[in-house]
Write a protein that binds this ligand. Structure first.
Ligand code: HEM
Length: 477
C-alpha cells in the first residue's frame, strides 16, 4: 500500500479527534473554571450565606452573557437562566440530560433514590411515589394533617409569649412526614428518626470528608442507622398488610410495599423503598417549613394581605362546629391563601436552583456544553425578571389570579417537566392547614429587625424568625 495512504489511514482518526476537540473548546461558553477542584465553590457558598448569590450570578451575566462556564463542587459547570434555559433543563430528552446531585447527597440518601435515577427506573419509582402523593389519594388525609397541626400548636405555641418559627415549622413538617408517609405515631421511635434526619441533613451540606468527627462522617452514620430503622419498619408493614389486612394506602411505605411488578413480585426493591423514604424525608421537610415560615413573615409585614387571609380562613372556621376538623372541601375554598403562598414561593423559593449533567455534547445558546459537564439552573432569577413579572419586588398575590396566564417555564419553585416536585399537593395541603390554624388561633408580630435572610441550604430568615404571639380570643376552634 502507498505509505502516504497508510499514514493517512493511521493518523486520520487522531486528527479528526484533535480538530473536534479544538472546535468544541472554541465553542465553550465564556468564563473561567478557576482553580482545580475548588473552582468557584467556596465563593458561591460564601455568597449564598450572605444572601448575595443572586447578585453574584447577575454580575456573571453582565460580564459573560447569559451562558457562562465555571466550576462548582469539583465539576465543570455551565450556568444558564431564564425562560429558555428553564425549558431546556426541564424538557430536554432524558438521553441528553440526566439529574445530577452532589456525590455526598447520593452517599447519604442512598443511590436508588428517585433524584439519582433516570429513564425507566426513574419513571417506575416516581409513579410509585405518586400513587400515594396524588390529590385523589391525599384528599382523605386532610383531617389527619389538621389533627397533627392542632397537636403541634397545643404543644409548642399555646401558653407561649414568644416562639421561633423556623425550627418549629421543621418539627411540624417532620411530624407530618412521619405520620402520613411512614405511619409512625408520636413516641421514642419518631424521636430517634428525627435525631438521625437532623444529622443526615447536616452531613449533606458539609464538605464530604469521611473522617471520624466530621459532619459528613456523622451524616453517613446517621443515614446507616436511619436506613436500618426504616428496613425494620418496611418488614413490619409487610406483616401488617399480609396478616392484618390493613389498607395499602394507610401510608406511603405500605403503598410502596404493595405495588406489584409484571411478575407479581414487589415492584420496588427494599433498598429502593428505604432510599426513597429517606429522599422524601429530606425533600419534604425544610422546603415546606421554609414556605410556611416566610408566609408568617409576610402576614406580619403586610396588613392588607393579612386581612385577606384572615377573612377567608375565619369564614371557613365559622362554617364549622367547634372541634370539627378541616376537609378537602375546605382546602378547595382557601384560594386567596394559596395565592399568597404562590407569591411567597415566587419571591422566596425554598430551592435556590439545581443541577443536571449532560450525557452527550449538547448545543445551547450557540455554545457547546460537553458531555459529563454540569448544568446549573437558578430559580429566583426568572421569578424576579421584570419582563415576566411586572414590578417583581412588589408582593402581589393577584398575579396568580389566573395561574394559566403565567407563561410556562417562568414560575418554577417546584421545578418542571418529568421531574417536577411530586410533593406539590402534599406541601399545599400542609401549608394551608397550618396557616388556617395559625391565623384563626393567634395574632403575632416580629421580634427582631427584619433585614433580609441568608440562603443556606434553603432561605433562612434572621434568627429563625422569632415572633411574639397573642392568642385570639374571638374565635377559637
Ligand atoms: C414548598 C415545598 C416544596 C418545594 C418548593 C419543592 C421543590 C422541589 C424542587 C425545585 C424539586 C426539583 C425539581 C427538578 O429538579 O426539576 C423537587 C423535587 C422533589 N421533591 Fe419537592 N418541594 C417541596 C415539597 C416536597 C414535599 C412535601 C415532598 C414529599 C412529600 C417532596 C418531594 C420531592 C421529591 C421526591 C423530588 C424529586 C423528584 C424527581 O426527581 O423526580 N417535595 N422539589
Amino acid at each position: 500500500m502507498n505509505p502516504f495512504l497508510t499514514l493517512f489511514i493511521f493518523f486520520a482518526p487522531i486528527l479528526f479527534l484533535l480538530m473536534r476537540r479544538k472546535s468544541t473548546s472554541e465553542r465553550l461558553p465564556p468564563g473561567s473554571l478557576g482553580l482545580p477542584i475548588i473552582g468557584q465553590s467556596l465563593v458561591f457558598l460564601r455568597e449564598l450565606k450572605a444572601n448575595t448569590a443572586e447578585k453574584w450570578l447577575e454580575e456573571r451575566v453582565t460580564k459573560y452573557g447569559p451562558v457562562s462556564k465555571l466550576s462548582l463542587f469539583g465539576k465543570p459547570t455551565v450556568f444558564i437562566h431564564g425562560k429558555a434555559a428553564n425549558k431546556f433543563v426541564f424538557s430536554s430528552d432524558s438521553r441528553a440530560i440526566a439529574n445530577q446531585q452532589p456525590d455526598s447527597f447520593r452517599m447519604i440518601i442512598g443511590e436508588r433514590n428517585v433524584l439519582e435515577l433516570s429513564g425507566e427506573d426513574h419513571k417506575r419509582v416516581r409513579d410509585a411515589l405518586m400513587s400515594f402523593l396524588k390529590p385523589e389519594c391525599l384528599k382523605q388525609y386532610v383531617e389527619k394533617m389538621d389533627r397533627e397541626v392542632r397537636r403541634h400548636l397545643e404543644l409548642h405555641w399555646e401558653g407561649q409569649q414568644m416562639v421561633t418559627v423556623l425550627p418549629l415549622m421543621k418539627t411540624l413538617a417532620f411530624d407530618m412526614i412521619c405520620s402520613l408517609l411512614c405511619g409512625i405515631e408520636h413516641g421514642s421511635r419518631r424521636d430517634d428518626l428525627s435525631t438521625c434526619v437532623k444529622l443526615l441533613v447536616d452531613g449533606m451540606w458539609s464538605v464530604p470528608l469521611n473522617f471520624p468527627f466530621t459532619r459528613y462522617y456523622r451524616g453517613l452514620r446517621a443515614s446507616a442507622r436511619l436506613q436500618n430503622m426504616l428496613k425494620d419498619l418496611v418488614r413490619e408493614k409487610r406483616v401488617e398488610l399480609e396478616q392484618e389486612g390493613v389498607s395499602s394506602h394507610q401510608d406511603l411505605i405500605s403503598c410502596l410495599v404493595s405495588i406489584r411488578g409484571q411478575d407479581n413480585g414487589e415492584s420496588l426493591s427494599e433498598d429502593e423503598i428505604v432510599h426513597n423514604v429517606v429522599a422524601v424525608m429530606f425533600a419534604g421537610q425544610e422546603t415546606t417549613a421554609t414556605l410556611i415560615t416566610f408566609i408568617i413573615r409576610v402576614l406580619a409585614n403586610e396588613p392588607a394581605i393579612y386581612a385577606g387571609v384572615v377573612q377567608e380562613q375565619e369564614e371557613i372556621a365559622k362554617g364549622k362546629v367547634p372541634g370539627e376538623l378541616l376537609t378537602w372541601e375546605d382546602i378547595a375554598k382557601m384560594k386567596y391563601t394559596w395565592k399568597v403562598a404562590l407569591e411567597t414561593l415566587r419571591m422566596v423559593p425554598p430551592v435556590f436552583g439545581g443541577f443536571r449533567k449532560t450525557l452527550k455534547d449538547i448545543e445551547y445558546g450557540g455554545f457547546i456544553i460537553p458531555k459529563g459537564w454540569q448544568i446549573f439552573w437558578a430559580t429566583r432569577m426568572t421569578h424576579m425578571d421584570g419582563g415576566i413579572f411586572e414590578e417583581p419586588s412588589k408582593f402581589d398575590p393577584t398575579r396568580f389570579e389566573n395561574q394559566a396566564s403565567v407563561p410556562s417555564y417562568c414560575f418554577i419553585p417546584f421545578g418542571g417537566g418529568p421531574r417536577i416536585c411530586p410533593g406539590y399537593e402534599f406541601a399545599k395541603i400542609e401549608t394551608l392547614v397550618a396557616i388556617h390554624n395559625l391565623v384563626t388561633r393567634f395574632t403575632w408580630k416580629l421580634c427582631c429587625n427584619d433585614d433580609g435572610f441568608s440562603w443556606i441550604p434553603t432561605p433562612v430568615p434572621p434568627k429563625g424568625l422569632p415572633i411574639e404571639i397573642m392568642p385570639k380570643k374571638t374565635l377559637r376552634i
